[in-house]
Design a protein around this ligand. Structure first.
Ligand code: GLN
Ligand code: ZN
Length: 761
């Protein structure tokens, strides 16, 4: 019985790669030093898997930046603006594509399926010439071999690569991307030949696009790709790996009939429907890579449960044809639990990070082979049982309250136009009111204050004095600028999810539980392990302090339940929506406490609502239904005169506009930096939006300071489509990452622009 790992985190247990990369980019270390750190990390990972007993160990899943960018390099698909000479691609060209350089911007980055990992989007067109320009795959294979470890080179499959690409600049949007198969397959063949010459006998192609909604011409292209490669692949054991969802029936049939492929990898954690397809029929003589250990989460596997599933599968595919695997690359989970000495012992016993998942995969394989490690299995069973019965997990009152929400509806009693009228009576705002999204620049000094307070180097009193002084500064600045609805600037927050997680019950935090987001950037999601409740108010103290400094409305600032959920590791012992409802109830209490304390405008950020959208269309409606419901629950109890704002971090929302309307917020501010067109086209096409709306009038992601004229111009464009009395004027997102020298003039231009246009109305 064999074991297999789809892929492994690259960053290292203590983010060694991040620091090496950043030091290299800052010219504080050499290319050789960076390469050394990377080689050591790879060696550690291979040795760890090898000594754990994993049979199919991946190589080429390491990356200096991103595996899709590695594939772009492999195929020599470098956009012309990087002036690549055609030689083997080195750090210069590679990092220019990833991060831009002094003269050209970076390539676009987008989310890898429904994860928080971002890949570099290939820019393709009919004129792109493909050549074998990076030998990374074969080099890594040889490197492992030299260390005595036989590995499975992993390539992003040709079908997935092309499907994820976008037309290069100047290429028609309707350009048939998959028509490029003929051009890229020759390079894949060269790579395959190279791997064969180096002695590789197994090869893995990652084709996660197969789990998406596909049309028949796409499936035909997929078949064509692997039929084309068949002769080159002769003699190899070929695995096609899918993940993140079940494989739809059509795709399953097509995939499992491929002659060139001898092993199929399925995510059996998120894709339980694939299990039914396998039970209904699996090709004789082929291998099943059964992804039963979750690569997307941090929970220890229910080994007994997995073993039952695996035994059943063994009965279908045959004893020697079943391989135990991770559900997807372990890239999406934290690295090693060993580095969490401070984590509560009991909670720790419920967890498994990448290093522990490798051991789980192997333990399952051994158990199937009749060498069950009884001690390991019984420790696991005990941990599973403790998690089920632990009083820290279950809070019956919360369970009951959340269960009661399901199936019922929650809406404010009055409709939005009547509410806006009541609010206007109270707030008397000018037309085109100005506001900001919440955070103000986080200076080094501010970070130091928070750090010292956390480390107990300064007293609570000193901390409060320092934060209040910061709030006062931000309030004064906004009054000087003459902004209409103020914010306190969020100086007390390190992160918009962590800040709330730390104050809610049911959350745990790690010291090193980092997950790569893009390039060297990592996030450390909180772990939701139990029923969520709010022991006491979380923001009332700071919001009322801020309100006391001004007569203008001060926005209370909260993170919404869906965003807290989507940016955390979520428990897997109850449906996501139940956890979301629990968070919604906690935020609801906070909203009501803010209202009682005299806060009349409350913003509930749902920055991550869209990113939780399931991969397949058939599942969108269900998700949107409970997500939007959760948001409404948070503010269903407030007076008509309390104005509820929400904020979203993307302009790409045309497909979910009805859900956004259904959130029934009084005012929504949204990112709009890159194109007015995309956003405004929705309204031009007749979508009725009665609530207040503030499409960002300038891009906060760039240090550039927009001029008054430019902002005025954009506001006018919006007024051509939106009613005067619903439009708000605000930046795109929070100002946390900007400097005051940028923020002051930019906001000043924004306020002047709003005033100029008001005068013309
Ligand atoms: N209120 C948050 C801020 O201003 C919102 C951040 C976000 O949308 N990502 O920083
Ligand atoms: Zn935002």
């Amino acid at each position: 019985m064999a074991s297999h790992i789809v892929g492994y985190p690259r960053m290292g247990p203590k983010r060694e790669l991040k620091f090496a990369l950043e030091s290299f980019w800052d010219k504080k270390s050499t290319a050789e030093e960076l390469e050394k750190v990377a080689a050591d990390l790879r060696a550690d990972i291979w040795k760890q898997m090898s000594s754990a007993g994993i049979k199919y160990i991946p190589s080429n899943t390491f990356s200096y930046y991103d595996q899709v960018l590695d594939t772009i390099a492999m195929l020599g698909a470098v956009p012309p603006r990087y002036n690549w000479t055609g030689a083997e691609i080195g750090f210069d060209t590679y990092f220019s594509m990833a991060r831009g350089n002094a003269s050209v911007p970076a390539m676009e980055m987008t989310k890898w399926f429904d994860t928080n990992y971002h890949f570099i989007v290939p820019e393709l067109g009919p004129d792109v010439k493909f050549t074998y320009a990076s030998h990374k795959a074969v080099n890594e294979y040889k490197e492992a071999k030299a260390l005595g470890v036989e590995t499975v080179p992993v390539l992003v499959g040709p079908f997935t690569f092309l499907s994820l690409s976008k037309p290069a600049k100047g290429v028609d949007k309707t350009f048939p991307k998959l028509s490029l198969l003929d051009k890229i397959l020759p390079v894949y063949k060269e790579v395959i030949a190279d791997l064969k010459a180096a002695g590789a006998s197994t090869i893995q192609f990652d084709e996660p696009v197969l789990v998406m909604d596909l049309e028949s011409h796409q499936l035909e292209a997929f078949v064509k790709a692997y039929s084309e490669l068949e002769s080159s692949l002769a003699g190899f054991h070929v695995i096609v790996e899918t993940y993140f969802a079940d494989v739809p029936e059509e795709a399953y049939k097509v995939l499992t009939s491929l002659k060139a492929v001898s092993g199929f990898g399925f995510d059996l954690v998120r894709g339980t429907k694939t299990l039914d397809l396998i039970k209904a029929g699996f090709p004789a003589g082929k291998f099943l890579y059964a992804g039963v250990v979750d690569g997307r989460n941090i929970w220890a596997n229910d080994l007994a449960g997995s073993l039952t599933t695996l035994k059943e599968l063994e009965g279908i595919v045959g004893k020697d044809k079943l391989v135990v695997s991770s559900s997807c690359s372990l890239l999406h989970t934290a690295v090693d639990l060993v580095n969490e000495p401070k984590l509560d012992k009991e909670i720790k016993s419920w967890l498994a990070f990448a290093a522990q998942k490798v051991v789980e995969v192997n333990a399952l394989a051994k158990a199937l082979a009749g060498q069950k490690d009884e001690e390991f299995f019984s420790a696991n069973a005990a941990a599973q049982a403790s998690r089920k019965s632990s009083p820290r997990v279950t809070n019956e009152a919360v369970q009951k309250a959340a269960a009661a929400l399901r199936g019922s509806d929650h809406r404010r009693a009055t409709n939005v136009s009547a509410r806006l009228e009541a609010q206007q009576k109270k707030l008397s705002l000018p037309l085109l009111p100005t506001t900001t999204i919440g955070s103000f620049p986080q200076t080094l000094e501010l970070r130091r204050v928070r750090r010292e307070y956390k480390a107990k180097k300064i007293t609570e009193e000193e901390y409060i004095t320092a934060i209040k002084a910061e709030i006062k500064k931000v309030v004064d600045l906004q009054e000087d600028l003459d902004i209409d609805v103020l914010v306190h600037g969020e100086p007390e927050r390190n992160d918009m999810v962590e800040y709330f997680g730390e104050q809610l019950s049911g959350f745990a935090f790690t010291a090193n539980g980092w997950v790569q987001s893009y390039g060297s950037r990592c996030v450390k999601p909180p772990i939701i392990y139990g029923d969520v409740s709010r022991p006491k108010p979380m923001t009332v103290f700071w919001s009322t302090a801020a309100q006391s400094m001004t007569k203008r409305p001060m926005k209370g600032m909260l993170t919404g339940p869906v965003t807290i959920l989507n940016w955390s590791f979520v428990r897997n012992d109850q449906p996501r929506f139940e956890t979301c409802y629990q968070i919604a109830l906690a935020i609801k209490d906070e909203v009501e406490d803010l209202e009682k304390a005299g806060i009349t405008v409350i913003q509930i950020d749902e920055a991550a609502l869209r990113e939780g959208l399931p991969l397949r269309k058939a599942e969108h409606a269900f998700y949107l239904d409970w997500a939007v419901h959760s948001f409404r629950i948070t503010n269903v109890g407030v007076e008509d005169t309390t104005q509820i704002h929400t904020h979203m971090c993307y302009s790409n929302f045309n497909d979910i506009i009805q859900s956004i309307i259904d959130m029934d917020a009084d005012v929504i501010t949204i990112e709009n930096s890159r194109s007015d067109e995309k956003l405004l086209s929705v309204f031009r096409e007749g979508v009725k939006y009665g609530a207040g709306i503030g499409p960002g009038v300038y891009d906060i992601h760039s240090p550039r300071i927009p001029s008054t004229e430019e902002i005025a111009d954009r506001v006018k464009k919006m007024l051509a489509v939106l009613d005067t009395n619903i439009l708000w004027v605000n930046p795109d997102c929070g100002l946390k990452t900007r400097k005051y020298t940028e923020v002051k003039p930019a906001l000043q231009h924004m306020v002047v622009a709003a005033k100029l246009i008001r005068a013309e109305l």
